[in-house]
Design a protein around this ligand. Structure first.
Ligand code: SF4
Length: 116
């Protein structure tokens, strides 16, 4: 089995191919060692940083940009978005403030990206 992955560790964006045979992963197409590590981790458990907005009550602006403070498993993005969609925060909020700890059991916190 093989998978094509674009490395996002730097602007070069190398086109990686990860092939699995007999439980061994082989990464090709990487321009540096970081790409091999990235390809392996994306093949085994792809992760993404969740970025979105939440509703703000009592503030001058209705939406607050938020993100997780670390990447979360891609498979958990939908569950986390459901949680975020159902929440609102009361102004004032400061950039960097933790709004939700350990979102959906991922170990990541949802933090504010701006003051509101
Ligand atoms: S493999 Fe290395 S050079 Fe290529 S995109 Fe990834 S980090 Fe950049």
């Amino acid at each position: 089995m093989s998978k094509s992955i674009t490395c996002t560790r730097c602007p070069m964006g190398c086109a990686l191919t990860v092939e699995e045979a007999g439980g061994i992963l082989a990464v090709t197409g990487n321009g540096c060692p970081q790409g091999e590590e990235y390809g392996r981790s994306e093949y085994i458990c792809p992760v993404r940083t969740l970025t979105t907005t939440v509703l703000v009550t009592g503030g001058a602006e209705p939406l607050l940009p938020v993100r997780t403070d670390r990447p979360i498993p891609k498979a958990m993005l939908f569950d986390c978005m459901e949680l975020v969609r159902s929440m609102s925060v009361a102004a004032p909020v400061s950039a960097g403030q933790v709004l939700l700890e350990n979102i959906a059991g991922t170990g990541a916190n949802l933090i504010a990206c701006a003051d509101r």
